[in-house]
Design a protein around this ligand. Sequence first.
Ligand code: PLP
Length: 390
Amino acid sequence: MKKRTRVTHLPEVEVPSDNRPLVAPVFQSVKFTFDDVAETERYFEGRRAGFYYSRVSNPTLRQLETALADLQGRDACLLTGSGMAAISASLLALVKQGDHVVYFAEMYQPTRSLIRRVLGRFGVTSTLLSIDDLAGLERVLGERPTRVIVFESPTNPVLKIADIPRITELARRHGALTLLDNTLAGPHGHGGLDLDLYVHSLTKYVSGHGDVMGGAVIARAELIQQLRSDLTLLGPTLDPHAAFLMLRGLRTYFVRREVQCRGAQRIAEFLRTHAAVERVSYPGLPDDPGHALAARQMEDFGSIIRFDIVGGSPAGTKFAEALELFAIAASLGSTESLVVPPAMQQPRDLTSTQRTWSAITPGTVRLSIGVEDPEDLVADLEQALASSQT
Ligand SMILES: *Cc1c(COP(=O)(O)O)cnc(C)c1O
């Protein structure tokens, strides 16, 4: 054969069956082939194992799906190219024209826009509530058949804790599905609760290093089976190399998370006593309104802190710009510490009443604590708080 043919039909390298790599290689292949058509047909009929096309399934993705489902205490998982893809694709697979969705003012802003603006365009109706308003939730569920309740706990960015057992109980009573965006609690969180679907932005704690995006939908097998055929058509799949990097991140997930949570506790306690800080929201603080619930339903208190700075948005900008170890950036859960100043997170899509529910004030700052030494972070916060008040 000529060279140009040989480079498109590369030699296969056999790894002997008694000689395996400790880290599974990336299956960076779009296609998988069987030796004959009969075996391919058996695969399509579900009568044999294997892979055919990576938008549908891929061994590297399968390894990550299995690990994440196990961590979340469920039996199946679907991976997507971002957290928003996990949320949008699962909602598109669950709802149809005329269905009603309940969601909350405290949620991640793009999720709110997706439900109101994008799903609204397809005739899906929705009701926005405060996550604190369980009486309102019960009333709405009693008044209108509801397909799915979409919520977060802790909420991003103000760290309210949802009463998950109460919400799932109301949902069961009224025949609604529950979809929890579990990104802030992490894939090891909330597994014992009676939730139907978990979605995650793997971009955050699982990637852990701020260099790869991904998302996951995790649920019991028959629900994932139901979603899988629609998700295959919507096509938001994760690339195998991204899945490989996620698997690498996952190996140190607990080690990073423990260090981050310990650092966040130390920093929340420091902020609480500071004169330039009006209030701190961190579920690990014993007097936080969400503390008792978080202690009951979470595995840890997370690494995100919200506080309101004295002097509002101008002081928040000065503070963020004076920080040396915290980068002004979106995202969270990485090895490096990050800050979002008030000017970057005002909920412009909400009415003034809904803004009150959102609990974002003109001085709301969000911190994501990394794996640096907490005493260095405290010193940096101390000098930046001082310069914010000048
Ligand atoms: C970041 C985030 C998302 C979106 O994830 P991407 O991977 O950026 O698409 C969704 N929900 C929450 C709570 C998030 O923090």
